[in-house]
Ligand binder design. Sequence first.
Ligand code: MTE
Ligand code: MO
Length: 356
Amino acid sequence: MKSDISYLYKPYLHTRELMPENQETPIHFLNERTTPIEYIYKRNHFLYPALDSAAFFLPVVGEVERPMVFPYNYIKSLPSKTIKMVLECAGNKRAYFDPKTYGEQWKDGAISQVAWKGVSLKDLLYFTGIRSTAIEVAFEGYDYGTRKDIDRVFPYARSLPLEKALHPDTIIAYELNSQPIPYDHGYPLRLVVPQWYGMASVKWLKEIRVIDHKFTGPFQAIDYVYYPNKEDDFGKKPVTEIKVNSIIQQPMNYSVLDTGSHSINGIAWSGHGTIKEVELSFDQGLTWKNVELYQDKNQQHLWTFWKYAWTVEEKGEHTIMCRAKDSYGNIQPLEAEWNRKGYGYNAVYIIKVKIE
Ligand code: MTE
Ligand code: MO
């Protein structure tokens, strides 16, 4: 009799750093539409913050008509919105940049697909009103720390231009995958900004401040900026929307396979529109074959699963390339746009397999 030992087989997060905690989703081994909470990647700049009861009262201040403090329970009583979306770190795939760039050497797993429930930020700002002087909204988290290039203790904080802050899908979330947001993902209240890389979605919200100037905290003015040059800051641009991207989940890079038929499958995503096409090339990019896409009716903010049935008889090494195209015509380039801090890597995904 065969006994079922499948319970022994399960993936784990892949640790890149422990303090602060930075861990990848085991993305090659998951096919759920919603990443289970224990497999959601973690990206932290500081140690976890200590929270007290003040964390259940969210102040909205600055260039507003009526500064207010919103209690957690009151926020939960307002009309809610659920947003299912890709959460991807801007540093995802940094390890593939050539020349190498400093920072966490993320491979493919600084990405998850999650469901948030919360209140549109614009609904809270409706209560406070906004002065005509306002140009941005700044968000501060409870976590803080120091680092060598900055001579003060500073919190994790970022801003959004007014237009993005007022978008109905920009929410103050209190649930993740139908439960209160776990502590490590931003309990009790978290800003959630679909379509933008993860750095925009500030965890452990302490304060929201409407401001009449450009926010210049380190996580806005120094980090999360594309610097195209090695030495100078010429041509710098802020990191915002998620670029069109894809991975082959299976087979794994450098695996050894039998001749015959194999399923090649993976995911593709974009912060700009939806995925329109995923293509594979078996001849170094000379010709491309369309693969089958598996999409929901409302594919907005979600990744697309794709699959291709590959039959191979020729033994030896094979290169498989994968690229996605979104509804705005953005397509993954052969070479990623190199930048000093290693953000937004989205070159064509390439694996090699050996057929024996
Ligand atoms: N918010 C706070 N307060 N502190 C942080 O370090 N990291 C940001 C963002 N929000 C961060 C934060 C970055 S860079 C990413 S990619 C996401 O949170 C990661 O969210 P997660 O840890 O829930 O996956
Ligand atoms: Mo990130």
